[in-house]
Design a protein around this ligand. Sequence first.
Ligand code: TRP
Length: 363
Amino acid sequence: MQVLTLVTTSKQRVLSGIQPTGDSMQLGNYLGAVRNWVDMQDEFDAYYCVVDLHAITLDPPEPEALRQRTRIVTAQLLAAGLNPDRCALFVQSHLAEHPQLSWVLECLTGFGEANRMTQFKDKSAKSGVDRQGVGLFTYPILQAADILLYQANYVPVGEDQRQHLELTRTLAQRFNTRYGQTFVVPDAYIPKAAAKILDLQEPSAKMSKSRADAGTIYLSDDPATITKKIKRAVTDADGEIRYDPEAKPGLSNLLTIHAAFTDSTPAKVADDFAGQGYGHLKAAVAEAVIAFAEPFAARTGELLADPAELDRILAHGAAKARAVASATCIDAYAKVGFLPPSGPPATTDRPEQGGQQSAGAVG
Ligand code: TRP
């Protein structure tokens, strides 16, 4: 019995977040991130957050659209294989602790430090810094709060989030140094099996919702649309099927997609299709994507047909999340010196944490 307890509490904790933008997750997001979240549910004590607060930092959607997108991304995460009994799946705005901790972290962040975030520069460049809401500027600090509230050991993120994770580590260390050991200093987690999927029309860029539709496959696309997009994918003129991401990025991207759905490797897929035409390969890639996307869309549709059940699942997730986030936030607020709202002094006891402190934590 004691051994069992030890085993369950020694799991490392992971936290990741996904924005409820758009009406469907895209293929690159699924293969690059979400699929790994599913795999991590058992090995880790996993927390997955639909970050709706972040979704209003740039071009805030209509309120009804935001509600619907939050339900859609939740349904898609469940359809992808997240199991609400094996992870905590919750919505960021359900926990007031996120903005609560974010405020304290904002006060610990230098203006210049925040101003160095390249994602802010990229996103604000479009319409000019002066026209952006301050929320876009403080976005990475809210993200730090998302992570630190859960005492996460690892944060599965892509390359584009590395700088935000660095800031998170810096803020955790700064708080710990100033107020005493409070936060686990998290590490980035680069999953072994993460596939980097590129835009079908512009294979120099990552596939992304913010790019043109023709280069992005949405998991909600119907089979005819998927086939059309893959058929039109940019390749090259030499006609040879070979895995060479440098010289043949478009073709290699198709091999990567095929491999991801057939439990193979791009090089092996290249061998299998060697000597055949690009058209033949493209048809096979479309078939492999559709074999996944069709049942996935059906399952998502079933889940969306019962919004009350989705909301119940999210309430369950929020309760799990709150058990950890609330304790961390009370502890952090007490350490800063905020007077506890009522009753005896706030306890600094925290619930069991996932594993030991990361290296770099300052006591
Ligand atoms: N910024 C992340 C992205 O764009 C989303 C995010 C918000 C996140 N909070 C997080 C990711 C916490 C990991 C952990 O993908």
